[in-house]
Design a protein around this ligand. Structure first.
Ligand code: TNX
Length: 535
């Protein structure tokens, strides 16, 4: 018998902890590990609205079938998506079939239970199988994300793993607190290929994020083809921060992103940032400048120096063409007009410009979104302001946003010192910026969207969004390191009832996501605030 085998079992966990400590990896306190084991149905992120544990568990086997409603293409599609995730690691065939029976994984659409809403689901797990029921496809899809998280983390791997593939017994009934749970990707400061965006979409979907906000234009690059203004991309898209080659989405590329996002039940929110953050457009078309002279392309990281020419008619022909072409392609309800940091646009001009630009969005049947500076002008009825202030933002500025909310403007909350995924975690973070301060994992999670902005009515809050500005990131590894594990926390703030909010239990659930993120190849930040298991 080898030396190793003679170590009494009792001490083995202690040795693990010691070994983990020696390598500088945070170890799991025994209590935290047990909490995860004792409450398997409750360990999901975002925390479900209601969990009732108990009864026999279900184990997937080589005979398990994924049973979907005969007449639902959407259920069949979600069944196929689930099978694609489970087959490589389990090695099981997992046929998707329309033949109903009481066993296996059952995906049932069209429940009359209105309490589930458009995105809610019920998951029942027992000896014979797991049944997920929802009123709408989005709910079924979210239920499938929960099922993934109830299986061992190794189920996410793309090679065959030993199992067993057991789901604890019980029932989850779940529906989101907010309908808007977003993540933004700035594809302008650095361009991200369609494949990179798809990778991020898949990662977002695991945490029930349902909006992908694409920041498609800025000083450093215009990234979406507009047929009536072709130089926006051929010239305005030809570089990026640091002077690299940039890039842009053809209309076919953009449609492919839309298709893929829809297959993951995400709505795309396209943003064209106006009237500031427009150097790439101004460089592409001299006539958009008040003096008729095109500035050079810009590859630095300053903000607030560019502006469309507010008095010129051609400015509105331009905005009309851009909004029309994007609205024609985009099935989602929003067009985001930016409107932030227009430091080179006199206030009177800013208000006049935003009035006309918002009217154009309305003409094409879309709902206006804008950064919260929009509330300094005249937000149109139904407009959504995205708040990105900080704890220390002045009371006057906060009151301006809250007053707009009292008058009917809706809010999406992205406080920069909580939800900005490009902020450094601490001073040693190699990527990111720090203008809003350091944002460690606990800080990012520990706030309540329902009461966050003083004076804003709770019903004005549509939800939350975590923006990823890309001055310092351009690969998926970099995006992952900054987004994970903060994005799951913002996703939970958007989904879970306020009553589930508790850092001490959240950090244990988050720790359990470590091996799952690793199995998915997500290059996450192992914050010392989280009791990660040794891997
Ligand atoms: C502020 S917040 C910006 C962006 C920058 C970001 C960097 C906002 C609406 N504008 O232009 O990329 O900070 O963190």
């Amino acid at each position: 018998m080898s030396q190793r085998r003679r170590i009494p079992r009792l001490f083995a966990p202690l040795l693990l902890v010691a070994a983990a400590g020696a390598t500088g990896v945070a170890a799991v306190p025994a209590a935290a590990e047990q909490a995860v084991r004792a409450r398997p149905l409750g360990q999901v992120i975002p925390a479900p609205a209601s969990v009732s544990e108990g009864g026999p568990s279900y184990a997937l086997t080589g005979r398990t079938r994924i049973r979907v409603d005969e007449d639902s293409r959407e259920a069949r599609r979600i069944g196929a998506y689930l099978a694609d995730i489970l087959r490589p690691s389990t090695g099981f065939e997992l046929p998707v079939t329309a033949r109903d029976a009481k066993d296996g994984i059952r995906l049932r659409l069209g429940s009359g239970d209105t309490s589930l809403g458009d995105e809610g689901y019920r998951l029942e797990s027992g000896r014979h199988g797991v049944t997920i029921t929802a009123r709408k496809a989005a709910g079924l899809f979210h239920g499938v994300q929960t099922l993934r998280q109830l299986l061992p983390a190794s189920v996410e791997k793309d090679t065959r793993q030993p199992g067993p593939w057991t789901v604890a017994g019980g029932t989850i009934e779940d529906a989101p607190r907010y309908g808007y749970r977003g993540a933004m990707l700035d594809v302008s400061r650095h361009f991200f290929s369609v494949d990179k965006v798809k990778t991020y979409i898949d990662q977002m979907a695991l945490y029930k994020v349902n909006k992908l906000h694409l920041h498609l234009s800025d000083d450093q690059g215009w990234r979406i083809a507009i047929d009536s203004w072709p130089r926006l991309t051929t010239y305005g898209g030809s570089t990026q921060v640091g002077g690299g080659p940039g890039g842009y989405y053809t209309k076919a590329d953009y449609r492919e992103i839309l298709r893929y996002a829809a297959s993951r039940h995400l709505e795309v929110v396209p943003e064209i940032d106006l009237p500031g953050h427009t150097n790439a457009a101004l460089a592409s078309y001299a006539e958009l400048n008040c003096d008729g002279v095109a500035p050079p392309l810009y590859t630095g990281t300053k903000v607030g120096f560019s502006s469309l020419c507010v008095p010129k008619d051609i400015t509105y022909e331009f905005v009309d063409d851009v909004v029309r072409e994007i609205a024609e392609m985009t099935p989602g309800k929003y067009i985001h007009l930016g409107g932030d940091e227009a430091h080179s646009t006199p206030h009177k001009d800013y208000v006049a410009f935003m009035d006309r630009a918002q009217a154009i969005v309305g003409e094409y049947g879309k709902t206006v979104m804008g950064w919260h500076q929009l509330t300094g002008g005249n937000p149109v009825e139904g407009a959504v302001a995205q708040y990105w202030g900080l704890d220390k933002t002045s009371a006057t500025e906060k009151a301006q946003v809250a007053d707009a909310a009292k008058n009917g403007t809706k809010l999406v909350l992205s406080p920069a010192d909580r939800a900005y995924l490009d902020m450094k975690y601490d001073k040693s973070t190699p990527l990111g910026l720090a203008w809003a301060g350091y944002v460690e994992v606990q800080r990012s999670y520990d706030w309540d969207p329902g009461t966050y902005l003083p004076g804003a009515p709770a019903e004005s809050v549509l939800g939350v969004e975590a923006p990823m500005w890309s001055e310092t990131v351009w690969t998926n590894d970099q995006v992952e390191y900054m987004a994970f594990p903060r994005l799951p926390g913002i996703a939970e703030l958007g989904w879970s009832p306020a009553a589930t909010h508790d850092w001490d239990t959240y950090k244990v659930r988050l720790a359990a996501q470590g091996p799952r993120m690793s199995a998915l190849g997500i290059d996450y930040y192992r914050s010392a605030q989280v009791p990660w298991p040794a891997e």
